[in-house]
Design a protein around this ligand. Structure first.
Ligand code: PA5
Length: 443
């Protein structure tokens, strides 16, 4: 099997101890075994490991049928969800859709991923004269942000089409048997899709959570699964030298031990911006526990070289960069000669814009390396559903192994509850009376 992602670790090597890689191999082996043997904490959430080969084929067909139905009945799909119930689909769609859509094209819009009343109100106004369907996604069925958004949107869709037609336009993705959304969906007769018990939110992009909105957007989800499947079988060897997932995990962990506690995911193609959001949730929520873990951030170059670039080059020496580079340009826009050449760009005549971008990448890596910022370059051959699936699996696997190396449970998120409890208490939710009093004293 040939390498699909070519990863260049050369610009990180000078920043790790000479024998580091040899020493860390043992730890990699141990963490990988914990994952493969399903013997670690959080092992009830390892369904994503085998998802590319072991997915519910009937559910998959149902997703394809529903996606077709949605595209036929509506011009817009509003996807209601937050965190893992939103970022995978958003990342895939942003990665694969054209930057500028034709006006009449089918649109996927997200809601319930914030508590902005202005966002919701403007969305309602936007939907007023357009046909739309809703895919409400919540594993627990009780998450505040999507629950509020769905309440508002459900009223709007029922007012627009009447209850009977509205229920044909609402698709619920949730737990197979329990939770508030499951109850409501069953009561109202919505078509439902299942969030598997053994897959946590941030690992759920290849379940109905991600696949229904992605398929509705017109993306080939078979190819996406195929990409993940190939990655799954490619990254099985334990040796760091033979397995780039292990090499990536080893290097980021060695850098972390050398005081590089911030990993920046960098892209040179803005269609990867939401991939970075997905990646940040994956690593941030999986590793940031027990006062451990790399802080994960992101930047889009060259845009952010004109803002964050200064800090990265010259600020605190705490970061390293993981750079996503799309090797094959989607467009070959050529720079033409200009008679006056007032902008002094004629030396680029005949070169493509992508060539300029690629030289910016090369120049920046070297400048950052000289400035004390290590870089790992992940070369992605093309923009495709296949490459998205491949890359998603690459990082999920890396994250699971890395979490076990840090000796945290990579599959829970206890820290997320703290803000929720306070918010519920302040909002006067029944059951939170004492906390409300305690908070009022602190205010
Ligand atoms: O990764 C996770 O588990 C979280 O980000 C959840 O996906 C997020 O909180 C949404 O939860 P739910 O799907 O239960 O509404």
């Amino acid at each position: 099997m040939e390498k699909y992602l070519n990863i260049d670790f050369r610009h990180a090597m000078p920043f790790i101890d000479e024998n580091g890689l040899t020493k860390i191999q043992k730890e990699i082996n141990k963490a990988r075994s914990i994952l493969d043997n399903k013997s670690g904490e959080g092992n009830e959430y390892l369904g994503w490991l085998d998802l590319p080969i072991d997915y519910d084929k009937d559910e998959f067909e149902k997703i394809l049928t529903a996606a077709k139905k949605i595209r036929k009945q509506s011009r817009i799909l509003v996807v209601v969800g937050i965190g893992g119930s939103y970022l995978g689909a958003k990342a895939a769609i942003e990665f694969l859709k054209p930057y500028f859509q034709k006006r009449k094209n089918f649109e996927v819009i997200f809601a319930g991923q914030n508590l902005s009343s202005t966002y919701l109100k403007e969305l309602l106004d936007y939907l007023e004269d357009k046909d739309f369907s809703i895919n409400v996604i919540s594993k627990s069925g009780t998450t505040t942000e999507p629950a509020i958004a769905f309440r508002v949107l459900k009223e709007a869709i029922e007012n627009k089409y009447g209850f009977e037609e509205a229920k044909e336009r609402i698709y619920a993705t949730t737990d197979k048997s329990q939770g508030a959304l499951r109850k409501l969906a069953d009561k109202n007769g919505y078509e439902t899709f299942i969030v598997p018990d053994n897959v946590g939110g941030r690992y759920s992009v290849l379940t109905a959570v991600g696949l229904l909105p992605i398929a509705a957007a017109g993306i080939n989800i078979r190819n996406m699964i195929k990409g993940a499947r190939t990655a799954r079988s490619f990254y099985r060897k334990k040796s760091i030298i033979q397995n780039d997932v292990h090499m990536y995990v080893a290097i980021r962990n060695l850098l972390y031990r050398n005081d590089k506690s911030v990993e920046m995911l960098i892209n040179y193609e803005p269609r990867l911006n939401y991939f970075a959001e997905w990646w940040k949730q994956l690593f941030g929520e999986s590793e940031g526990k027990d006062h451990k873990g790399l802080f994960v951030g992101s930047a889009s170059f060259t845009t952010d070289l004109h803002s964050l670039g200064q800090y990265i080059q010259d600020g605190e020496r705490i970061m390293f960069e993981t750079i996503l580079n799309i090797s094959k340009p989607e467009s070959n826009l050529i720079i033409k000669s200009d008679e006056l050449d007032l902008d002094g760009l004629n030396y680029l005549t005949g070169k493509t814009v992508d060539y300029v971008n690629s030289q910016a990448l090369k120049g920046t890596i070297l400048a950052h390396k000289d400035g004390g910022v290590p870089g790992i370059v992940i070369n992605i051959p093309e923009v495709s559903a296949y490459s998205f699936g491949y890359l998603a699996y690459f990082f999920e696997l890396a994250c699971g192994i890395s979490g076990y190396m840090l000796e945290v449970n990579p599959f829970n998120q206890p820290g997320v509850e703290a803000y929720k409890k306070n918010m519920f208490a302040l909002l006067g939710k029944p059951g939170y009376e004492q906390l409300r009093k305690d908070l009022q004293k602190k205010e």
